[in-house]
Design a binder for this molecule. Sequence first.
Ligand code: BGC
Length: 349
Amino acid sequence: MATNSTRPFGKTADGQPVTEYTLTNKNGVSLSVINYGGIITRLVTPDRSGVQEDIVLGYDSLAGYLKTTPYFGAIVGRYGNRIANGKFTLDGQTYSLAQNNNGQHLHGGVKGFDKVFWNIQEAGRGKLKLTYLSKDMEEGYPGNLNVEVTYELTDDNELKIAYTATTDKKTVVNLTHHSYFNLTGNVKRDILDHEAALYSDKFVPVTKVLIPTGELKDVAGTPFDFRKATAIGLRTNDKDQQLEFAGGYDHCWVLSSSDSIKHAATVYEPASGRVLDVYTTEPGIQFYCGNFLDGSITGKRGVVYKHRFGFCLETEHFPDSPNQKSFPSTELKPGEVYKTYTTYKFSVR
Ligand code: BGC
């Protein structure tokens, strides 16, 4: 059975106290979360010899998270990923969102779910329930959206995340989790030697501003074929227009659109033996390899986060779905319940 504990984690500029909650399971695996952004600040798992180390990027204190962070560990919403030109139309009405990334809308806007206070309740041993009310027209999105995210750490070394949302007006929702993983333990080097498998035949090609072209492309014969585990660094610098646009892997892979939970990805780090498996009900998974990390951030334990020092596996709907009628819908209507599940499982080989 996991145990729960809390500690103060500093105050925001306007004096609001932030609390860090830690869940620890019977194997000594632990997960720490703050009520600001629902951010996972630490995730400690054993390597193959049992050495417990932190496998996510982040900061030692709140100050780092309050400055511009590349969404380390955060809950991302109301719409994770990009919406073209920050515009979409519902029932004939056009909504305008912040164009906070190259003229496009990214990760919910200027003050997305990664920068708000979540109410956290302990929902039994090993389980935290985070809730947030996103008001009608917050960041330009219609509808009062009641969001609930639960983090559960099991004794099988799984982090289970459940997302639920309801609205009082038709809106769009695409929630995801933005941990940057580095399975070397305490971030010893970049992630290029990690071996990744993505259980997907197709990916979502993008334009120069990382907005989907609308097609779904076969991975066969491209550097996007991860159906067999391959070192991340092997092909990321290949001459390929898609890799050039994104500066490496920063794309959404297509999973089955069924609502059932499916195995989406496995990442293995040969030196430590750590393995991360991802399971999700979502139709896509964004594999982002820290191409925009450039050494300007110093993180936990004084480690400088250089190019490709972390990777994200963001389970979600495809980018720009509100404007791409052929993609699975991200619309949520009053009376409906948005419900998705993602499991990150930690093991060793
Ligand atoms: C996106 C990247 C973006 C990063 C922000 C990722 O989810 O795919 O394009 O730069 O978030 O840190």
